[in-house]
Ligand binder design. Structure first.
Ligand SMILES: NC(=O)c1ccc[n+]([C@@H]2O[C@H](COP(=O)([O-])OP(=O)(O)OC[C@H]3O[C@@H](n4cnc5c(N)ncnc54)[C@H](OP(=O)(O)O)[C@@H]3O)[C@@H](O)[C@H]2O)c1
Length: 332
């Protein structure tokens, strides 16, 4: 195993280099861990596109195989709970950030990172979902644990054609919610096909910002965008509503007032898919193969690529141009 050669996309963000591309590595170059996995699929996430850039603020080691999620088959295990031949998912923690990740044919991780493949999913469908799907699921779970139900009124999804957004639209619609999908793209029919009831333009992009309190429109918000879109969404939250906030493609700043909180009892729930304890992670994945499994999984794929297609895919992601998920196939 130590000398086995495999293909990987390597990002070198050392000063003066900033070069990335497909290389051949050997298993001896993989990090420590009890579990070695033959990677079958990975997903391409916004964070991966940042990980290959020196100014991206994501890569924690200078020579990195990015890929914050992966699914595949265990080929070697020194852990009694996980056997060779088992189908598994890994994402979060330092995968693809501080240790080599899923953009490679082989990966090695600690056993404590491993999610056994849930019933209802396989490696391919798990990575159509990937980190984006897990984040959408966490958003729905945290909103529902706070008491949200379909009877409370519409749920607004920001960045609706992105990975997190598109999966949230489909997941919520499947669960009987009225979904308002906010997008900057001409993707009305596609979003209606995923189950959106109505398609709105991007929030917070007009010349005049929304007032601190506007009419009460939505019972909850799934927000992978942040910035002005979040401020605008807060001002139209119904009494007692909440925002599940996960992302920052629209900026990290938030300019709002206290009024949505003290007049409408609004709440912002922080969504962190990276550090979720493994038992909770396994529990949510089990539901993603069951009652949270989106009905339009194949329709959520924007494009399926190999290692050679990664550069172009990541550029599209940084430009906000994705429509759904980019699936990386490392097929045999
Ligand atoms: N907290 C966590 O654990 C966690 C986990 C996963 C992802 N994230 C974060 O969530 C965000 C989205 O991730 P993703 O994988 O869904 O990315 P993505 O596939 O690139 O989708 C982002 C979407 O946001 C919209 N958008 C892009 N630029 C925008 C702008 N300037 N203003 C408003 N909307 C804009 C676009 O959708 P429309 O064209 O439809 O508007 C775009 O497709 C990223 O910031 C990512 O880092 C966080």
């Amino acid at each position: 195993m130590g000398g086995e050669a495999f293909r990987a996309f390597v990002a070198d963000t050392r000063d003066g280099l900033e070069a990335s591309g497909v290389s051949t590595l050997t298993a001896a170059e993989l990090p420590q861990g009890e579990i070695t996995i033959r990677v079958e699929y990975s997903g391409v996430n916004y964070k991966d596109a940042l990980a290959v850039r020196r100014d991206g603020g994501v890569a924690a080691i200078p020579r990195l195989v990015p890929g914050i999620d992966l699914a595949g088959t265990v080929v070697d295990s020194t852990d009694s709970g996980i056997a060779a031949g088992q189908s598994v998912i890994v994402h979060g923690y330092d995968l693809g950030v501080g240790r080599h990740g899923g953009f490679a044919e082989l990966a090695r991780v600690p056993a404590a990172y491993v999610v056994p493949m849930p019933a209802g999913l396989d490696a391919r469908s798990a990575m159509v979902l990937g980190t984006a799907g897990f984040t959408a699921a966490m958003s729905v779970v945290q909103l529902e644990e706070r008491g949200l139900s379909a009877a409370d009124g519409p749920v607004l999804v920001l960045g609706a054609t992105g990975g997190v957004g598109a999966i949230a639209v489909n997941m919520l619609a499947d669960r009987g919610y009225e979904v308002l999908a906010s997008t900057g793209k001409d993707a009305r029919d596609w979003l209606l096909g995923l189950g959106a009831s109505e398609v709105l333009p991007r929030l917070g992009t007009g010349d005049s910002p929304a007032g601190p309190l506007e009419g009460e429109e939505w019972a909850a918000v799934v927000d992978p965008v942040g910035g002005r879109a979040l401020a605008s969404a807060l001002s139209s939250l119904r009494w007692g509503g909440a925002v599940a906030q996960s992302g920052m493609v629209g900026g990290i700043g938030l300019k709002t007032t206290v009024l949505p909180f003290i007049i409408r009892g609004a709440a912002i729930l922080g969504i962190n898919s990276v550090d979720v304890p493994i038992d909770r992670r396994r529990e949510i994945w089990a539901r993603m193969g069951d009652d949270l499994k989106p009905s339009c999984l194949e329709g959520i794929i924007d494009r399926e690529i190999g290692l050679d297609g990664l550069e172009a895919a990541m550029t599209t992601l940084l430009e906000g141009g994705a429509r759904g998920r980019f699936l990386l196939s490392l097929g045999a």
